[in-house]
Design a protein around this ligand. Sequence first.
Ligand code: AMP
Ligand code: GLY
Length: 423
Amino acid sequence: MNVLVIGSGGREHALVWKIAQSPLVEKVYCAPGNPGTARLGENVDIRVDDLPGLLDFARRQKIDLTVVGPELPLSLGVVDLFEEYGLKIFGARRNAAFIEASKAFAKELMKKYQVPTAAYEVFTEVDPAVAFIDRIGTPIVIKADGLAAGKGVVIAQDRDEAVQAVTDMLSGSAFGDAGAKVVIEEFLRGEEASFLAFTDGKNIIPLASAQDHKAVFDGDQGPNTGGMGAYSPAPVVTPAIHEKAMAEVMRRTVDGMAAEGRPYRGVLYAGLMIDGESVKTLEFNARFGDPECQPLLMRLKSDIVPVLLAVAEGDISNVRLEWHDEASVCVVMAAGGYPGEYRKGDEIRGLDGGGAMDDLVVFHAGTTEKGGRYFTNGGRVLGVTARGATVKDAIDKAYQGVVAIEWDGAHYRRDIGRKAIGR
Ligand code: AMP
Ligand code: GLY
């Protein structure tokens, strides 16, 4: 069969890498893809938000399955459009992807269906928001309602910072329309984990546990990014926590979405805050995490294509996932300046030494290729991903890959996976 992957990041390179290994697959296309996906299949120059262009391509090329990576095309309704034309597509429909596209909606859903989450209120005006901040005190968390590429959350340590964040968002100077509404919520302590599951709207099949590293600097310091690295499994997700997350977060959310007339089909990602026995939901995403997808797919033993197909067809009751026992780690290498304004066009050296092995893969994200040379072209540039017998082995192997690669301004965290060893 022919498969089309929509997107161009590290997550999509990992999806193309895994899908291309399936004996069921003849050819994988990626729209628009990156130099990493070009090596495994064929890139097609269609933007992720060009829905008519994507549909037209899928129909002409007789694509048997389309897999959506990022949130933007989901929230624009790419799944609804493909389904209207009888095409198979993996991803959440527009009204289900709303769980990510609106944080206010996600919070209201959680309240209604008793999904544990931080206490909160939603505001569209500065004055009542400031009154709420004064009532709750700091630290406090301010979130832009809409999509903001993982950067619409401010953890304010003092009143000035909180008031500034609310004012910036509600005045439209930060995040435009995405900030026209803000969610203000209680600051939660604990350790985060990314809990992902496939669902057909009824059945829920959890993926292996994973943990992201959101802050840009070692020790979780500095501003938040889209994710500077990830590993799997995450020991913070003990069997008891796993059970709780399935029962109180996943089951209630999937049932709640169905009851709301927004049946959820696809991969549902819950960002969890775990503190002792307590599990609370920070957010939902309607897609695979990036970079969590990279280590997760490296640990997935099963062919992913029948799984994606079963989700697209709406029945996963016969799906079983098998995982490698080994651990995997992805270290993100970022461009100078990221997550602020960042450099582009720096030549990347040492890429070819860095891995075409089964257990060490350099996933491309923000790169471009000219005449066999590679240059930086995005904030998160590469995701060096390794599998090893233990998390320590996987970390060592990933960093061996990382140190072989360099460009002007490159930076990465040196502590990816350390929390897992700490346990
Ligand atoms: P979100 O996009 O809602 O997951 O927020 C991004 C990041 O901000 C999370 O991964 C957490 O690191 C942090 N965060 C969000 N909400 C809270 C909260 N209520 N308490 C503490 N940290 C939070
Ligand atoms: N790595 C976090 C995310 O994909 O939202």
